[in-house]
Design a protein around this ligand. Structure first.
Ligand SMILES: Nc1ncnc2c1ncn2[C@@H]1O[C@H](COP(=O)(O)OP(=O)(O)OP(=O)(O)O)[C@@H](O)[C@H]1O
Ligand SMILES: [Mg+2]
Length: 316
């Protein structure tokens, strides 16, 4: 099979007469980061808990790399690292001690654990803090250690439930950088979040749910363009210097596929264009040759927000 995969097959979860998840089917394959979006109570944590066999589905099944997490828990979860409800790490312990304890509980041989701990603590950029007491750490640092704990078993699939919630902007950015790096090693990252700009920045694809039902699962760029009404895409470019109106109105507006150009501020413009990936590619090339000081080029967070709000509104 091609890379890691997770699959929900007709998953439903009921609490008494309340339906938290309703016939959810979703298959995600390959090493990528997928954002899992939906309003409070949509069923995100419920889905993640079923995938890690913390709770049982009322109907349907959850598969990791094709293996049923409930029928064959050990094998299925052997390839999963998860951070669902951030545990409090005992403040008197150092990351090395805390992670050694977790490794022991999970049955990792001691020598292997020792090596692995150094490796994962480096991966979450906490190697200089390996032997300092956790009690002195910021929330962001503690969360990075929690992510390290999820990496102990060298998982191919990583599930994170709102990994940056409760962190200050710096903590959020630290954790975001770590999550961005996670997918580099042939891993599938499935991450719930309420932060659309975060999903925009980190994720390749998005799955949205509401009232326990899947609304959409697609590539980020398709999700934002498919729901933008006229089928247009929007990218935002950032510049290192101010741009004049002539360059915007004449030079950029006349590029292939461009339908309109908005100036967000003196160093940021938003370009609406049609024609999908192909035009996006040539647009980026052309902008680069224009030497206008472009320092970033990305789909806008507002495009995802518009999509999110219109999809969620439809299910009210
Ligand atoms: N143990 C439980 N008993 C009864 N209802 C529950 C239980 N756990 C969750 N629910 C309900 O199921 C629904 C889905 O909850 P879930 O925690 O999956 O939502 P969520 O998408 O993670 O929301 P949030 O964004 O607020 O974390 C909610 O309405 C919640 O109240
Ligand atoms: Mg939740």
């Amino acid at each position: 099979m091609s890379g890691p995969s997770i699959e929900a097959v007709n998953l439903s979860k009921r609490y008494g007469s309340f339906t938290a998840l309703s016939n959810l089917s979703l298959k995600i394959e390959g090493s990528k980061c997928v954002g899992f979006l939906g309003p409070n109570g949509a069923g995100k944590t419920t889905t993640l808990k079923i995938f890690t066999d913390m709770i049982r589905a009322s109907e349907g099944k959850a598969l990791i790399n094709g293996v049923d997490v409930h029928l064959n828990k050990k094998q299925a979860l052997g390839s999963v690292g998860a951070l669902i409800e951030s545990p409090e790490i005992y403040p008197a312990l150092t990351p090395r001690e805390a992670l050694s304890m977790i490794a022991e509980i999970r049955g990792l041989p001691r020598a292997e654990a020792r090596k692995k701990i150094e490796e994962i603590v480096t991966e979450v950029k906490m190697n200089e803090w390996l032997d300092k007491k956790v009690g002195k750490f910021s929330k962001g640092m503690k969360q990075r250690i929690n992510i390290a704990a999820a990496l102990l078993s060298d998982p191919e699939v990583i599930m994170l439930d709102e990994p940056t919630t409760g962190l200050d902007p710096r903590g959020q950015s630290e954790v975001r950088d770590i999550v961005k790096d996670l997918k580099k090693k042939n891993r599938l990252v499935f991450m719930s979040s309420h932060l659309l700009n975060e999903v925009q920045e980190i994720c390749d694809e998005v799955a949205m749910i509401d009232h326990g039902k899947l609304l959409v699962y697609d590539k980020l760029s398709n999700v934002t363009s498919r729901f933008s009404g006229d089928g247009s895409n929007v990218v935002e470019i950032e510049l290192s210097r101010e741009i004049d109106d002539q360059s915007i109105n004449k030079n950029i507006a006349s590029l292939g596929g461009v339908s309109s150009v908005e100036k967000v501020d003196s160093r940021k413009i938003r370009i609406h264009f049609t024609g999908g990936m192909q035009n996006q590619e040539s647009l980026l090339q052309e902008l680069a040759t224009m030497k206008i000081g472009m320092i970033s080029f990305r789909p806008t967070a507002s495009a995802l927000e518009d999509t999110y709000l219109s999809l969620i509104k439809d299910t009210l």
